[in-house]
Design a protein around this ligand. Structure first.
Ligand code: CP
Ligand code: NVA
Length: 302
């Protein structure tokens, strides 16, 4: 049994093996080859925040693997009325075979794993978004043919996406430069993780410094779920931290652009850059399905 609580917990080998399995499952799906390896298994999917991609891709993915996805909204669960996550974990472990959870606190995901006895998969917390980053890496490798030696750049908030991208890029042999305004850095231990890879990691203030010679540029919303009330303050803080033509001009030829979505055109990315890279961005969205199916197989069968 294996969990995916955060990407730091998975070694380079495990991440790369998951990407290989994701490619294989994608091929099989596209070629009508059955792969019902989770027949008879049930995945509980707890959502304490909104979702389009994560919900639908996990639900469809579990079905394609022959299993049963059970959507559990926190509005309906007792967890939404204050039942401790420790108790929820012990109860659900007796009914179902695994849990995917999207919530606020990372500690809630860790507690589910500590108190439950079934695999727990993080479908986004305020701290990280490992499933998204596995799909991002799969997409980059699909378009570029490799990860090793490429330069990733992330422009914007030191949020869940930036945290997981730093870990994912460095663990797969990429270098990564991030640019965020003062006061919006990723957590100190993530910066320390980055620094342990020497000059493969760079924290910049100026977006153009981070984007120089990049092979793939990523960005994310300026105000994440739960930060809606700070939106005005954040819009001011992130002025200039936009993926636009000026930024793309300093990147390498054939530089990709990815976005986890939903995107806010005119804020973190211009409509022009978004549309010019729409084929990459929507392949990235599709790869959520394939990457998560690989995560499900790994977590349920190891
Ligand atoms: N990128 C992502 O996780 O999308 P959803 O919020 O729609 O699940
Ligand atoms: N940082 C964003 C990612 C959404 C997929 C959020 O947490 O809202």
């Amino acid at each position: 049994m294996k969990h995916l609580l955060k990407l730091e917990d998975w070694s380079s080998e495990e991440i790369l093996a998951t990407l290989d399995l994701a490619d294989k499952l994608k091929y099989e799906q596209k070629n009508g080859i059955e792969h019902k390896v989770l027949k008879g298994k049930t995945l509980g999917m707890i959502f304490e925040k909104s979702s389009t991609r994560t919900r639908v891709s996990f639900e469809v993915g579990m079905t394609q693997l022959g299993g049963y996805p059970l959507f559990l909204s926190s509005n309906d669960l007792q967890i939404g009325r204050g039942e401790p996550v420790q108790d929820t974990a012990r109860v659900l472990s007796r009914f179902i075979d695994g849990i995917m959870i999207r919530t606020f606190e990372q500690s809630e995901v860790e507690a589910l794993a500590e108190y439950g006895s079934i695999p727990i998969i993080n479908g986004l917390t305020d701290y990280c978004h490992p499933c998204q980053v596995l799909a991002d890496l799969q997409t980059i490798r699909e378009f570029k043919g490799k990860l090793e030696g490429l330069k990733m750049c992330f422009i914007g908030d030191g949020n869940n996406m930036m945290n997981s991208l730093i870990v994912g890029a460095l663990r797969t042999g990429m270098s990564i430069s991030v640019a965020c305004p003062e006061g919006y850095n990723p957590p100190e231990h993530i910066i320390e993780f980055g620094k342990s890879f020497g000059d493969k990691f760079e924290l910049c203030r100026k977006p153009l410094d981070a984007a120089k010679n990049a092979d793939v540029v990523l960005t994310d919303v300026w105000a994440s779920m739960g930060q809606e009330e700070e939106k005005k303050i954040r819009e001011k803080a992130f002025e200039g931290y936009q993926v636009n033509d000026e930024l793309m001009a300093v990147t390498n030829d054939e530089c990709m652009v990815l976005h986890c979505l939903p995107a806010h055109r005119g804020e973190e990315i211009t409509a022009e850059v978004f549309e010019a890279h729409a084929n990459e961005i929507f392949e990235e969205a599709e790869n959520r399905l394939h990457a998560q199916k690989a995560v499900l197989v790994k977590c349920f069968t190891e």
